[in-house]
Structure formats: structure tokens, C-alpha cells
Design a protein around this ligand. Sequence first.
Ligand code: FAD
Length: 461
Amino acid sequence: AGVPGAGAARREATIVGAGLAGALMATLLAQRGWKVEVYESRGDPRLHGFAGGRSINLALAERGLHALRAADADRDVLAQAVMMRGRMVHPLDGTPQLQRYGRDDSEVIWSVSRGELNITLINAAESAGAVLHFDRRLEAVDFAARRAFYRGDGALHRVGFSTLIGCDGAGSTLRAQMGQRADLGERTDWLGHGYKELEIPPAADGDFRIEPNALHIWPRGRYMCIALPNDERTFTVTLFMAMRDEGVGDPSFETVPTATEARALFERDFADTLPLIPELEHDFDTNPIGTLGTLYLDRWHLGGDAVLIGDAAHAMVPFHGQGMNCAFEDCVALARQLDASADLATAYAAFEAQRMPDAAAIQRMALDNYIEMRDLVDDADYLLQRELELALQARHPTRFIPHYAMVTFMRIPYSLALERSEVQRGILERATQGLSSVDEVDFEVVAAEIERLLPPLEDAA
Ligand code: FAD
């Protein structure tokens, strides 16, 4: 669809940022016959190695995978991915327990390397015909004259554009430039918690040191560690905790400023990880503290001149592992709207109307999931409700689908997943109140509630 016939004017777009969304967006438009130019501030990662910045690896789920299928990049990405069947929860005392994400191995998520994924997508964009310019940082935009200014190789380059698609991430320069022309209603809610990455290297025999097919979590109430496997048999561990001392006795980056305090913290709270992280001191003192926040905008586009997608439009906290998945879904949604309308302003407005409620929904679910991950995953009531979710799914497969599955294994709009999750949470709470086992649940009462409150659900086409 959308490929112009012979003689039709070729549609053109300039994409700012060749990160995850930018490279995928370029691929989708170039595949449709568009003339696509991409400007990326960093060097070409295929020549200089990947200069990270954000997390080293990411969890890829069905929404992102579906978008990669559309770009024909899914096989290459999955070839380098490590399957994660569930959460391996490491309590303070006791043995780690695997909590499966889905019913079987058809419902899993994938740990992918950001650098490898980005390179795969950059190659896909080039093969599809997009032209990529590296070492070109967008600095300013003259919308009236339709010119953009990029800094790189010691010079400022002035380049014309017909429309700009902003994929330049949470700190988007394009967004700032758009904000000078119109009030975008920009607001960032900082979480007040940050993160630091550490590494678990392979074992002496070259194998993974802990279970590879899981996302490991060490929940400790108001802070936690997680670890995701990498295909070179390492794990990237991420410590999340408050930036400042909150006065409640919990550690923070203020009270744990250096490796010395970090070792004491790990000895006390994450003792089983210590033998796994031989370079704890080095990693802690070398790696930066990442900050986390949620970005809200009232407007994502300026007529047909420019539109924002991915983190540039709606950065979120990482606790549902959906930021990239959502950014990829944006790419598919925007490409579809551009297929449906030749007028850019109409397509951008339709994209914004479609996706803004969904972005807001996953932003909210991502915030809620921090509490779930750091605190609830080893709570008895929580575990009882998870068990009941699975039992109800087995009894009412089209109506009751666990919250995590709706977000992770389906492609229904995030806003619908949130709405149904809230109804389901009420049902689960009422059904388990005062109970300690699923056997005590009155399934007839619950079935009546489900019939009344949850219409059958079909997945997105
Ligand atoms: P980015 O990936 O940030 O790409 C922006 C690109 O634009 C970069 O290449 C940058 O160099 C370039 N750029 C920036 N400024 C300019 C400029 N002025 N001119 C030109 N180019 C520019 N998501 C998941 O789905 N699953 C996860 O498990 C997950 N884990 C995460 C863990 C952490 C700790 C964090 C911080 C995020 C995580 N995310 C996860 C979210 C995910 O990283 C983002 O949602 C995703 O990277 C967004 O893609 P993007 O292309 O919009 O932005």
C-alpha cells in the first residue's frame, strides 16, 4: 500500500535520529517508496562500535516484534536474542523462584542488545533505500524556510526538508525547536529514582553464571536489582533506587555514592549477586547514574511540518519494558496513517489522536509496574492474585486475560489493556479478600462478574 505509481511524485521525509524508532521508521517509509533522509548525531555504529547512552539490553515483546516483522527484520533480531520465560525472583533469604510470564513458551519476551538491534535496523533502513547521515546533530530548525541545521565534522550544515519526523529521543532537539513555535504543553514528571548498570561476566567455562532464560529480579521494597541476559553469556544488572535520601532508611544514590558504600549495600541486600559481579567496584564507579522520568505533551505535531514519535513524544519509566515496544508500534501506526492520507497534517493529526491515549496508558502502567517489581512480586496476596488470574484465564479465555499478557503478548490498544486491567484488579481483589488459597475462591460469583464486566476480547489486526 502507498507505493506511488509511475509518474506519481515521490513522497519525502527527513527523520531526526537513527536510534530504535528512527531506523525502523526510515525502513517502513523507504519500503513504501518514500525518499527518506536520516540525520543522526552519533557516529555510524557499524564503523565505530555502538556508543550506548541508555540501557545495554532491552526486553522485546509482541508489539515490538510485530513491528519488526513489518520491516522484515524480526528473524535477524531474534537470531541474537535470549528468550526470557518469566521473572526469576530472588528473595532476601531463600531460593529463587521462577514466575512464568505466560502459559507456555509461546508467551515469552526476548532480551536484545540495544547496539545489535540498532545496527540491524540501520542496515534494514539502508537496504530499503533510506539515506543515513551520521555525525549530524540537529541544532535548529527554520520552519518558515523549511531548513534544518545540523552540526557535524566541525561545521554547521543547512539542509532543506519537506517534513521532519522527530525520533531523537527523550531529550529531543526537534521537540525544543517545535516548542519555540507553538506551546506543546510539555511537562516531565521526574521519578526521583535512578539506575546504575553492572555486569555479570560469563563463568570460567564460558557459560551463563545464572539461569539464562529469565529476567532476574531482587525486589527489596523501595529499591531493586534486575538482570537481563546477553547473547555473549553475560548479564546486565541494573540497580534502581532513589536519587536522594528519602529519610526512611532505604539506600539512595546520595547515601551510596561510591563503590565502598555499594559493596556494603550488596553485602547486606544482594549477597547472592556479589560472587557474580567481580568488577562491582569498577562498574559502580565508572558507569553513570541514569535518571528516569515521564514526558507528557499535549501536541505531537505542527501541522504537516513536523511530528514526534517514540521517546521524543512520550518517554516513560522502563518498568514495563515497553518504551521501545511502544516506539515501534508508533512507527507502524504512523506509516499506516501516512498510507491512508496524502495530506501530512491530516495523517499526523490522526496519528496523534490514535496514539496519545495509548501512550498515556502505558506511561501509567509503567509507573505502576515499578511498585509491582520492587515490592509485590514476593508478596503472598499478590501471588495469590496471579494464581487466580491464570485460573480465570483458563476458564474464560476470551474474557479474562492477565494484565501482563494484554500488554506483553497482545496488540490491543494500551488504553484498552489499562481499562480492562483495572476492572480485573477489582474482580481479583474481591474474589481473594481474606483468602489464602485459590481453592477457596467462589468461582460462580466470579464468573457472573466476568460475564457482566468483561466483554470478549479480540486481538488487534
Ligand atoms: P532513542 O533510542 O533514545 O534514540 C534517539 C536517537 O536520536 C539516538 O540515536 C540519538 O543519538 C539521536 N539523537 C538525539 N538527539 C539528536 C539530535 N539533536 N540530532 C540527531 N540525532 C539525535 N524499552 C523496552 O521496550 N524494553 C525494555 O526492556 C526497556 N528497558 C529500558 C531500560 C532503561 C534503563 C531505559 C532508560 C529505557 C528502557 N526502555 C525499554 C525504553 C527504550 O530505551 C526507549 O523507549 C527507546 O530507546 C526509544 O527509542 P527512540 O528511538 O524513541 O529513542
